[in-house]
Design a protein around this ligand. Structure first.
Ligand code: SAH
Length: 218
């Protein structure tokens, strides 16, 4: 678990790249400057590139999201200290760490057992406070609802009803929606009442698909 001066230097450069690409939220940039992303790149082949603004394979056919995407989604979420946040798609745990570092209480769900096991252990070792669950994100996690914020980090074919229901009124959900294996549109939703949402579109992104129980595991 080494975090060297070289890593710290590479992170500083990454923060500048994100700033140039339009990320403005200083708390988000500080979190990215602090978190050792190389430890979340489970496939050692990609270690040397871990501070490039790119997504990488992390095993089980999944990827760690591109830092710009993590920063963009986190910015849209308008995270406040002590927000209760549900994340769908723990993956490497990197995005989870960013939310935890911002002072949120994070609940995160991953449907790939191997990834869940790895990322929950890593987050614990690095002392990021998050509750990690192995399960299906389409169902959310009713036991801890309602959430101030919900963040989906895989491409959803539609917005799951359970997630809409588990969001607080006044809460924000950020979710990329679109066809499997295609391009998704990043949406941010504010819940206005039990049945009404205000939705804003934020351009095209590419995520690994949000799979349900009947899809074969990748
Ligand atoms: N936040 C992650 C992104 C990982 S990619 C990171 O920073 O590394 C998206 C993840 O969503 C993958 O690990 C994938 O296995 C997971 N996923 C896909 N469908 C899911 C579902 N229905 N429920 C929970 N997780 C899901």
């Amino acid at each position: 678990m080494i975090d060297s001066f070289q890593h710290i230097g590479m992170r500083k450069r990454l923060v500048e790249v994100l700033r140039e690409k339009g990320i403005k939220n200083e708390a988000v940039l500080t979190a990215i400057g602090d978190i050792p992303r190389h430890l979340f790149c489970f496939d050692t082949v990609f270690l040397q590139f871990s501070y490039d603004d790119k997504a990488f394979p992390i095993g089980s056919g999944q990827t760690i999201s591109q830092p710009y995407t993590v920063a963009f989604q986190t910015e849209l979420l308008q995270v406040k200290k002590r927000d209760k946040i549900l994340e769908i798609g723990t993956g490497s745990g990197y995005q989870t760490a960013v939310l935890a570092q911002l002072g949120a209480k994070v609940y995160t769900i991953e449907r790939q057992k191997a990834l869940h096991d790895k990322s929950s252990l890593l987050l614990e070792k690095l002392n990021y406070k998050a509750r990690c669950f192995y399960g299906d994100g389409y169902a959310g996690r009713q036991a801890f609802a309602p959430y101030d914020k919900i963040l989906v980090t895989c491409g959803a074919p539609y917005i799951p009803e359970a997630l809409k229901n588990q969001l607080k009124i006044g809460g924000v959900m950020v979710v990329p929606v679109g066809e499997f294996n295609g391009v998704q549109t990043m949406l941010s939703l504010v819940k206005l009442s039990e049945t009404e949402f205000e939705t804003v579109e934020h351009g095209a992104f590419q995520f690994v698909p949000m799979l349900n129980k009947t899809d074969t595991a990748l």
